[in-house]
Design a protein around this ligand. Structure first.
Ligand SMILES: NC(=O)c1ccc[n+]([C@@H]2O[C@H](COP(=O)([O-])OP(=O)(O)OC[C@H]3O[C@@H](n4cnc5c(N)ncnc54)[C@H](OP(=O)(O)O)[C@@H]3O)[C@@H](O)[C@H]2O)c1
Length: 419
């Protein structure tokens, strides 16, 4: 613990002439000599302070990390209630781990959480030294282990991990966490891929696997085809031999987007306008060879979602996992009575409660695809947070990314934290 940082701190406290000589490279010798030097400089300090434990505490305080987080004390418009807060992190206690965040995305549900319209909310507290009880925004991210407490067995310095539980608050540079908060991540992956695996790819994976008993060659249809979940779904489908129809909103660069999604593995990409056209039923019949579509994934709502459900075959399943259009999903009685369509909801937070084994198997499979180059994270824009930047600069950068994430027709916004 008495590395170069401590030497720098002592340099400030004691001045260069009182700094222990580099000969004291052994930590204990360095500590003893440093205590002697401090005693000379601060003649008023009582001898009891010079126990090894007290000295460790003294140095721990001075060796703390300067951390920053995007926090909120009240719910409301994110640009109005969020702010960057600075705080310090000391060395971890025996059962704790200090981590540095490498990257964290801005997902729609993170924004809903700040707005106060999401059912799961983090607890607010003053643990980071905020004047009012506050929570840190963000729910997923990739961390690197900086320092482990003396009783930690499962992680060591340099390991990568993601958060095991939601509501941790990932829009920050550093944190002290209990060991059971971290799930190990194999190294050698792209930072942005590992940082965005827990929410969207996992959601796509579960929805394709858990509802409709899909077999090779079976079709599913989805809206939000270019969303993080949608991009993951077509890639997972490719791995499992499934066929997809993806619906996207019309836009100026539509052909570019369609080509990109097809490169990822999408079979057919149509716009909402094409979906609403009455010729779509015949087209879909040609594409599927008349095979019934067994599954529809809905993150939009409103009329286009009703139309999508109507393309399902008898006994098909529609799984709703989002409501980007902020309109309800309505299903005509005929779909339920005569076609026996089954409607479900999916929430990753609910799945993560009590499915540790399935979760680990799923993550191992997705990490494997990423490493083999078979799975790409969602198209993204990276905003870099540099440690040297001021709170105001970090906030401006974050605000810009957050505004882009809400503007529509954009890419996933990911904050990458650099030392
Ligand atoms: N239930 C769960 O466990 C779970 C897990 C993950 C995600 N989700 C939900 O899934 C949805 C997608 O999340 P994500 O992170 O994948 O999103 P994302 O990457 O940020 O993409 C958002 C998607 O929503 C589309 N969209 C936005 N407003 C729309 C509108 N008015 N009508 C139609 N489409 C619209 C966007 O299309 P444009 O490009 O045309 O703007 C884009 O395809 C969100 O609602 C999110 O909360 C739920």
């Amino acid at each position: 613990m008495f590395g170069c940082v401590d030497a720098e701190i002592l340099n400030v406290i004691l001045g260069p002439d009182k700094l222990p000589h580099p000969i004291y490279h052994n930590p204990d010798m360095f500590r003893r000599q440093a205590i002697r030097s401090i005693r000379q400089v601060t003649g008023s300090v009582k001898p009891a302070v010079y126990s090894n434990a007290s000295a460790s505490l003294f140095f721990r305080r001075f060796a703390s990390i300067n951390a920053r987080a995007v926090v909120y004390s009240e719910h409301g418009k994110p640009t109005e209630v969020l702010k960057v807060h600075s705080y310090k992190i000391d060395s971890p206690k025996a059962d704790e781990i200090n981590v540095r965040f490498l990257a964290a995305p801005i997902n729609p549900s993170d924004i809903n959480q700040v707005e106060g319209v999401y059912p799961s909310k983090p607890e607010k507290s003053t643990v980071l030294g905020t004047a009012e009880p506050a929570a840190v925004g963000g729910n997923e991210g990739l961390v690197e282990v900086l320092e482990t407490g003396s009783s930690i067995k499962g992680f060591q310095k340099g390991d990568w991990a993601i958060m095991r539980r939601v509501n941790f608050g990932t829009w920050r540079t550093h944190a002290t966490v209990p060991e059971d908060q971290l799930l190990p991540v194999p190294k050698g992956m792209r930072v942005t891929a590992a940082a965005t695996v827990a929410v969207n790819p996992s959601t796509a994976y579960r929805m394709l696997k858990d509802f409709a008993n899909l077999e090779k060659g079976d079709f599913f249809i989805q809206n939000g085809g270019n969303s993080g979940v949608g991009q993951a779904a077509v890639q997972i489908a490719k791995q499992w031999g499934l066929k997809s129809i993806s619906i996207v909103r019309d836009r100026p660069n539509l052909d570019e987007l369609k080509s990109y999604l097809k490169e990822l593995g999408a079979d057919y990409v149509i716009t909402e306008d094409e979906l609403m056209n009455k010729e779509i039923r015949e087209k879909v019949k040609q594409w599927t060879g008349g095979k019934p579509i067994k599954l529809a994934l809905n993150c939009v709502g409103g009329k286009p979602s009703t139309k999508m459900a109507a393309l399902l075959g008898n006994g098909g399943h529609i799984v709703t996992y989002g409501a980007m259009a902020r309109q309800p999903l309505s299903l005509p009685a005929s779909l339920l009575i005569f076609k026996d369509i089954k409607a479900h909801g999916f929430w990753m937070t609910r799945f993560y409660n009590g499915h540790d084994k399935e979760r680990q198997e799923m993550l191992d499979e997705i990490f494997g695809w990423v490493k083999e180059g078979k799975f790409k994270e969602a198209m993204n824009d990276v905003t870099t947070w540099k440690t040297s930047a001021s709170d105001e600069e970090l906030w401006e950068a974050f605000k810009g990314a957050m505004e882009k994430s809400q503007a529509g027709f954009g890419k996933k916004q990911v904050i990458v934290m650099e030392e």
